[in-house]
Ligand binder design. Structure first.
Ligand SMILES: [Zn+2]
Length: 325
């Protein structure tokens, strides 16, 4: 869009930083408003023309932002609507989730988690009753965020923002620095008091898995050992893998039970992270979710090294590419 395309009287804001890869809308708006010494509320209440009337102070803009506001922001910053949309959870539909309505949970779970398979033959995982479910989100409670986390190294740089999906149990580390994401409150408290926060490492397999997930969020594509897949395929593959590593060994059958035990042993964690009763990943405690992610990361690493052969419908994507002579 050029200046001549803008409606009469509408001027592009003089400075408008680019959103970072995967950045949350409120994070970018905070950086933008900060340049004008305004709060996000002041920026949106007084500077969006007719769209300002649609701004609801109580709304969670990272979850959903009215279309008129997204278009008004695009016109004033030159950042395209297509770029602004995935900065909110609703804008990540359908690749993050086909629907955000938890009432469709059972159907959505069957399609997202059980339609394909990674380690196990298709159909082996069987059937579980899952009421009110949305992938990755705690569909039973109102707030969609499970954690507010940032990279302690990235957060030192004011030109970097908060990654939207780092608030979900999708990743444990910063893809660039390989250190654990930490509570945003802890990181900000440390900055306020001038304390240094030592970045904590994650296991190599987890760092590698998180790099793949972040590549998907940032570019919409994920480079797997044998082929490149769309981020929507990657997230379904990862969620299916998390389901499979949480399986009881009797459900997997004797040969595949040994494979599941091999993965948990290689991750150096108790089988199924000590889980007694199956629950969907989204309803596990944060430490169990972390252990499941570590087991999934270990499975991806073992498959890439040719130490396990994932026999599921999506398993071949994780295996090393065939040698070409
Ligand atoms: Zn970082």
């Amino acid at each position: 869009m050029t200046h001549t395309d803008l409606p009469d009287g509408l001027r592009r804001w003089p400075v408008h930083p680019e959103p970072g890869p995967g950045e949350a809308l409120t994070s970018w708006l905070g950086r933008l408003a900060g340049l004008y010494r305004l709060s996000v509320e002041q920026l949106l209440t007084h500077n969006l023309g007719a769209a300002s009337a649609q701004f609801d102070r109580g709304a969670d803009l990272d979850y959903q932002t009215p279309t008129i506001i997204v278009h008004a922001l695009a016109a004033r910053t030159g950042v395209t609507v297509n770029r602004l949309r995935p900065m909110t959870i609703t804008g990540c539909v359908p690749w993050l989730a086909a629907t955000l309505n938890p009432v469709d949970g059972q159907k959505a779970f069957s399609a997202y988690v059980r339609q394909d398979s990674v380690l196990l033959p298709p159909g082996q995982a069987g059937y579980h009753v899952v009421n009110r479910w949305v992938p990755w989100l705690p569909a039973r409670s109102r707030p969609w965020r499970t954690a507010r986390r940032v990279c302690p190294t990235c957060s030192i740089d004011p030109s970097r923002g908060v990654v939207l999906l780092a608030a979900l149990p999708l990743m444990l580390s910063c893809a660039e620095h390989g250190c654990r994401l930490e509570s945003i409150h802890e990181v900000r408290r440390a900055h306020r008091y001038g304390e240094s926060m030592t970045p904590r490492p994650v296991p190599d397999a987890v760092a590698a898995l998180d790099r793949l997930t972040f590549e998907g969020i940032a570019t919409a594509a994920v480079t797997l050992p044998s082929r490149t897949v769309h981020v929507g395929v990657w997230l379904r593959l990862l969620r299916t893998l998390l389901d499979e590593v949480s399986m009881v060994d009797s459900r997997a059958g004797p040969g595949l039970a040994a494979l599941l035990h091999q993965i948990w042993d290689a991750a150096n964690l108790p089988f199924r992270a000590g889980l007694s009763f199956w629950r969907p990943y989204e309803r596990l405690s944060p430490p169990r979710q972390e252990a499941m992610l570590q087991a999934a990361a270990t499975a991806v690493q073992l498959a890439a090294n040719g130490r396990i052969i994932p026999g599921g419908t999506l398993g071949s994507a994780l295996q090393p590419a065939p040698q070409r002579w």
